[in-house]
Design a protein around this ligand. Structure first.
Ligand code: F6P
Length: 319
């Protein structure tokens, strides 16, 4: 395959630009043609795509977001929409696609490939780190660092006022970001969807630790367990302590990617381009124990990634 398209889809994540840049430059280096498809799958339907040059991806490595734009596209979720997308690719001679996105985007990619036979290689682009088969997803490291920066600041003010700081972090149904934030931010409590908890017990323990001399507390809430605001209210009523809630929101999605996200996204982008050009399809490239691995696309979208119990234990132990 010599003529390929690249798109980013679903929630943007820092490092998507590095991945797309690596795809573009690898394809060009190998003598192929590469098309940038704008606004995710919607760009395939609205025919928003153009051929890219090496210069098209200059000066984006250090930027968060995605220069290609992204979207969650309803029309593409129907078989008719996917067929139309395929026809628009064919018109331009685009023979295969690199799709950079989270599990929803990879699911769409798998359907497109099954229904039209178009070769697809996926890259896991999401801050949530919830794609099965890979230890790493593009953007999670940057998001975790953003959360820690916020937590460091919240600690200053929580400690000054002897308050409980409740921080709601993203992650959709996955507690990975919250667990990382718990370990790296030294949280006293981490509430994640992967583990049941009793909020009354949490409150009792918070009171106990104050009685034992703790000056202030940090509670990290994964958005997947519910609203940080509601949980904060409950804790305040139950403990009769001063609680402040911060919902970090989309701040977590932006920002200049970390070195890890730039390097790993570049490695994945290169592998995706080479694999697609060599005729591979229905694979997702990710990392396992520090090495790039190819994951079957069907497996990646049908299995649920478990949260490493060792991380949960560590967060608990270091309180
Ligand atoms: O999947 C990435 C993510 O940031 C989740 O953590 C969050 O739940 C969701 O996207 C937010 O989506 P949107 O940007 O559409 O509000």
């Amino acid at each position: 395959i010599k003529n390929i398209g690249v798109l980013t889809s679903g929630g943007d994540s820092p490092g998507m630009n590095a991945a797309a840049r690596a795809v573009v430059r690898t394809v060009l280096y190998e003598g192929g043609k590469v098309w940038g498809i704008y606004d995710g799958y919607r760009g395939l339907l609205d025919e928003k795509m153009e051929e890219l040059t090496s210069r098209s991806v200059a000066d984006i490595l250090q930027r968060g977001g995605t220069f290609l734009g992204t979207a969650r596209c309803k029309r593409f979720m129907t078989p008719e929409g996917r067929m139309e997308a395929y026809e628009n690719m064919k018109k331009r001679g685009i023979e295969g696609l690199v799709v950079i996105g989270g599990d929803g985007s990879l699911r769409g990619a798998s359907k497109l490939s099954a229904e039209t036979g178009v070769p697809i290689v996926g890259l896991p682009g999401t801050i949530d780190n919830d794609v099965w088969g890979t230890d790493y997803t593009i953007g999670c490291d940057t998001a975790a660092n953003t959360i820690i920066d916020a937590i460091n600041k919240l600690r200053d003010t929580a400690s000054a006022h002897s308050r409980i700081a409740v921080v709601e972090v993203m992650g959709r149904r996955c507690g990975w970001l919250a667990t990382l934030a718990g370990i790296a931010g030294g949280a006293e409590v981490v509430l994640i969807p992967e583990r049941e908890f009793d909020l009354d017990d949490v409150c009792a323990n918070l009171v106990k630790s104050y009685e034992n001399g703790r000056r202030y507390s940090l509670v990290v809430v994964a958005e997947g367990v519910g609203s940080g605001i509601d949980i904060g209210k409950y804790i305040e009523e139950k403990t009769q302590m001063d609680v402040r809630v911060s919902v970090l929101g989309h701040i977590q999605r932006g920002g200049s990617p970390t070195v890890q996200d730039r390097v790993k996204a570049s490695q994945l982008g290169e592998k995706a381009a080479l694999a697609l050009m060599a005729g591979q399809t229905d694979v997702v490239f990710g990392f396992n124990k520090g090495k790039v691995v190819a994951i079957n696309l069907h497996d990646a979208i049908t299995n649920k990634k478990p949260l490493d119990p060792e991380y949960i234990e560590l967060a608990d132990m270091l309180v």
